[in-house]
Design a protein around this ligand. Structure first.
Ligand code: SAH
Length: 247
């Protein structure tokens, strides 16, 4: 595991105190990269008070306007959610997920994304993630305080640091880097355009096609070479459609 490659991303946090609580939870567990997507108020005195000796993490926090900016260069993105969404996604608990995050962080940029206090992450945001993380709770009340949710995830990562080396994993020594979020988004745009060109996707009635394709590719995790091959196929397909339409 390489904590330098692991970032905690907080999306649209309302209460500055929670940002401070998150910074403290992270520093306690040896994480230090904090990203804030359009926080309601930052910097803020309350955040510093709650962070106590983790105020250096607040000073170093990176603030962005959008989630895309915060995770664009990541190859592996985990979205956290207190409840099941409409399209089931690969879903792991904090312990299982920590193992995947630790493994990926050895060579890749990894993000764990946390949502708004009142309504979590949107479906659109969750669809940008490779995996979803749910902390098991009582069925009566599944929504944890933001700082506490971060604490649990960070703790599970900590426990892995203390553990002996893991056995070899499927993607160890992979020959090509995994595709970044940015490049995956470009691919999805290209795929959607092409599917419209070949009349497979009706923009007037898209249904869940793109979501399902995102889920498929997110599960596979493409490397840059595989992504280029698929982009090449799309480009050639578009050329054929263009030629065909001129005949
Ligand atoms: N009402 C919101 C809960 C938001 S809690 C919802 O239904 O999604 C704020 C954030 O804390 C969530 O977006 C998530 O990042 C994290 N969180 C809270 N409870 C969680 C749980 N049980 N599992 C995983 N993440 C959780």
């Amino acid at each position: 595991m390489n904590p330098d490659n692991i970032r905690i991303v907080l999306v649209h946090t309302t209460h500055p105190g929670n940002i401070g609580g998150v910074a403290r939870a992270m520093k306690n567990m040896g994480l230090h990269r904090l990203y804030l997507v359009a926080p309601a108020s930052f910097p803020n005195e309350q955040a510093n008070r709650r962070a106590v000796s983790a105020d250096d993490l607040l000073d170093g926090a990176i603030v962005t306007d959008t989630l895309e900016e915060a995770i664009g260069d990541c190859q592996f993105v985990v979205g956290t959610s207190a409840r099941e969404r409409r399209i089931p996604w690969p879903l792991l608990d904090a312990r299982q997920c920590a193992a995947r995050v630790a493994e990926a962080s050895a060579a890749e940029q990894v993000a764990v994304v946390f949502g708004r206090e009142d309504r979590g992450l949107t479906n659109e945001e969750l669809k940008q993630c490779n995996l979803h993380l749910n902390i098991p709770t009582s069925s009566e009340y599944s929504s944890l305080n933001l700082g506490m949710a971060v604490q649990i995830v960070a703790y599970e990562l900590r426990m892995l640091r203390a553990a002996p080396e893991k056995p070899a994993v499927e993607t160890e020594n992979w020959d090509t880097p995994f595709a970044s979020r940015e490049n995956m988004e470009r691919f999805y745009t290209h795929l959607e355009e092409t599917l419209i060109d070949i009349d497979f996707l009706d923009p007037a009635a898209p249904r869940q096609l793109m979501s399902r394709l995102r889920r498929l590719y997110g599960r596979v995790r493409l490397d840059e070479m595989e992504l280029n091959i698929l982009r090449g196929i799309l480009t050639e397909t578009q050329k054929w459609v263009e030629r065909d339409s001129k005949d």
